[in-house]
Write a protein that binds this ligand. Structure first.
Ligand code: F6P
Length: 345
């Protein structure tokens, strides 16, 4: 479709071309409802008085134990309300402990992080909303949590909104990744680019380097080798970036390539990294694979991880295919202790 096409026109046309047009059509409706919520949230965040909405803690904590901020709760209400107007049977949010049953006749299960990167709010940095759309399962009518036992491969669609200088949406219904930007006067998302491909060859990595002493050997060696620059095994000088907001770090990867790592490390509680599988790692991995990149936990593709708990974490190493394959090689060849492991065939 041409630049400037509306989100609705693009999604409806992709849904019609899908092998399960009814399910893809339902996913398109859910995305359109979420887009309305995103437009409202974006407007709220742009309005003074910021202090009235942003930053202030409520005293409560979300499923991660992070202090919930007012805006997290505003975002939760907006997106849950939007998805109640879509054919969504099962709903899982970072802000809610349990999975919820919405419309018993709905065909979708949606996992969402309504406001990701909220520590960036206080510094006026980019934040976002990440979502994953799965088909629901018959047994989920009795227990909505069961719909979220599927691997990321089962996703029908995924995407994220990013509220930065522009409010943008990167989304895939399984037929390539498209970028939309909010046209504020028209209150509509319009197409900027379709079939986004993550570029290869970019010598840039993103990792929270303050955790270096806790990293395991394959990640430590890979980053050490990047830091050695042109004198190291990569033979190139690397640049480093870390916004600390997954949507912003991921957006950069889609636009110019490189690699993002939130690996498992040896801190207490970080044995599976920090990011949540259902509404952070899986949707980003889905987009990355549909843009020709790769996403791994070090040993297996993120999309193949079978979840055991609703809010479980997963290591996420994602980005340009060349970089991620190289890092998988470090994991294959190095035991966590640093010994050279037996080569796998
Ligand atoms: O999961 C929330 C999040 O803020 C992500 O958006 C971001 O990638 C990560 O945590 C940052 O973690 P850290 O504060 O450990 O760098």
């Amino acid at each position: 479709m041409e630049q400037g096409a509306t989100l609705e026109a693009v999604l409806r046309s992709e849904a019609r071309a899908s092998s399960d047009a009814a399910l893809a059509g339902a996913a398109a409706t859910a995305i359109l409802r979420m887009a309305e919520a995103a437009i409202e949230l974006s407007a709220l965040m742009a309005q003074p008085p910021l202090a009235g909405r942003l930053g202030a803690a409520t005293g409560a904590a979300n499923s991660d134990g992070d202090g919930q901020r007012k805006l997290d709760l505003v975002a939760e209400d907006l997106f849950a309300g939007a998805l109640r107007k879509a054919p969504v049977a099962c709903y899982l949010s970072e802000e809610v402990d349990e999975a919820l049953l919405f419309d018993g006749a709905g065909v979708l299960a949606v996992a969402i992080d309504p406001l990701d990167g909220s520590s960036n709010i206080d510094v006026n940095g980019p934040v976002g909303t990440i979502f994953s759309i799965l088909p629901t399962l018959p047994q989920a009518a009795a227990d909505p949590a069961l719909a979220f036992g599927q691997t990321g491969r089962a996703q029908i669609a995924a995407g994220f909104f990013i509220y930065g200088p522009q409010t943008s949406l990167l989304v895939s219904l399984g037929r390539g990744v498209s970028l939309f930007v909010l046209n504020r006067p028209q209150r509509a998302f319009t197409l900027v680019e379709s079939n986004i491909e993550i570029p290869q060859g970019m010598a840039e990595f993103a990792i929270n380097a303050s955790n270096q002493r806790h990293w395991r050997e394959p990640v430590r060696r890979y980053i050490d080798d990047c830091m050695r620059g042109a004198d190291g095994p990569h033979g190139r000088n690397f640049n480093m970036r870390w916004v600390g907001s997954l949507v912003a770090d991921a957006y950069r990867i889609f636009m110019r390539g490189g690699v993002f790592l939130y690996p498992a490390d040896d801190r207490k509680g970080y044995g599976q990294g920090r990011l949540r599988l259902m509404y952070e790692a899986n949707p980003i991995a889905f987009l990355v694979e549909h843009a020709g990149g790769a996403a791994t936990d070090g040993t297996e593709p993120v999309l193949d991880r079978r979840p055991a708990a609703l809010h479980e974490r997963a290591p996420l190493i994602m980005g340009s295919l060349d970089k991620v394959e190289r890092i998988i090689g470090y994991h294959r060849d190095l035991a966590p202790s640093g010994e050279v492991a037996a080569q796998r065939s």
